[in-house]
Write a protein that binds this ligand. Structure first.
Ligand code: SAM
Length: 287
């Protein structure tokens, strides 16, 4: 028995359900999580990978179901995840590789999958503090872009991502995959454009909108004197006029070559790390 099993208490026989049939109703319910409406109704989502699942458990995310393939049987870290799931009142399933492939839509699935309770931060609970940076995304459509932005925002030390208007779901499997675990680190908020505009007025933030027609070079924006909201436009249409006009400043990233614009996630990364550079300089001076 590993130290961790000791810490969490041993798993007793009968606490793990074995499933080999694709027709099992529990598996059908889990597969249904590939549809947004079902994720919203259950308030749950799927995340793959043993390390990621353990990290999520350790940071207090509520697990409903842990699924592992037979290959994981007896592995200390899988046992640890199973014991924690049982301790949290969740269900543990040992399944065939075929079942795991069908749940994750992958030929070579990860050995472990967790079904977690989704979490949304309420917009009006966000009270930005000095030196904090948030990313606000207008109608982001592409799951890969959203996942990459959540991952990049996490890496750049941002405090949260605000999804404005009709957006792709941060808890979709493709998005969760692209976050590489950052979905568990960075709070995600959703808001209508009206709610966002109301919040920004009272938030005390400097809203920096990125725009192809921005008058200011992004390197000259003020990232220091107030908390920053970096506002990014939709992949196809860019920012609508109401959001762009309400921002404190519109910045552009000067480009060379023939491309009309940068990919949304790339543009977000460029400006986020510029903001970080300004803040780190300030920290160095203060320190
Ligand atoms: N056709 C769209 C337009 O007219 O804005 C292009 C949208 S671009 C793919 C997606 C978003 O990335 C833009 O709305 C903007 O927020 C940001 N972006 C991309 N390239 C940029 C640049 N060179 N300067 C400023 N923002 C940029």
């Amino acid at each position: 028995m590993s130290d961790h099993r000791h810490e969490d208490g041993p798993r007793r026989p009968g606490q793990v359900k074995e499933i080999t049939s694709l027709a099992n109703p529990i598996i059908k319910d889990i597969k249904a999580l590939s549809v947004k409406k079902n994720r919203e109704a259950s308030g749950t989502f799927m995340a793959e990978g043993l390390k990621l699942v353990l990290d999520a458990l350790e940071t207090g995310w509520k697990i409903e179901t842990l699924i592992y393939s037979k290959a994981g049987q007896g592995k200390p870290l899988v046992e640890r995840a199973a014991a924690r799931t049982i301790a949290a009142g969740g269900l543990v399933l040992e399944v065939s590789e075929k079942v795991l492939s069908s749940v994750t839509h992958r030929d070579n699935p990860q050995m472990v999958v967790g079904i977690f309770k989704s979490r949304w931060q309420s917009l009006f609970d966000i009270r930005p503090k000095p030196h904090e940076t948030f990313v606000a995304l207008d109608r982001v459509r592409d799951p890969g872009n959203l996942g990459t932005i959540i991952r990049t925002a996490d890496a750049a030390g941002a405090s949260g991502v605000i999804l404005v208007g009709e957006t792709t779901d941060p808890f979709a499997l493709e998005t969760v995959r692209a976050t590489m675990g950052s979905i568990f680190s960075l709070p995600v908020t959703r808001a209508t454009p009206h709610e966002f505009l109301k919040w920004q007025k009272s938030s005390g933030t400097n809203v920096i909108a990125t725009h192809l027609k921005g008058a200011i070079d992004y390197r000259k924006a003020d990232y220091k004197s107030r908390p920053v909201v970096l506002l990014m436009g939709n992949e196809q249409a860019g920012l609508p006029d109401d959001l762009a006009e309400a921002a404190n400043v519109k910045v552009r990233i000067p480009q060379q070559g023939r491309a009309d614009s940068l990919n949304l996630a790339v543009a977000t990364g460029v400006v986020l790390f510029e903001a970080r550079r300004h803040l780190l300089t300030l920290a160095d001076i203060d320190g």
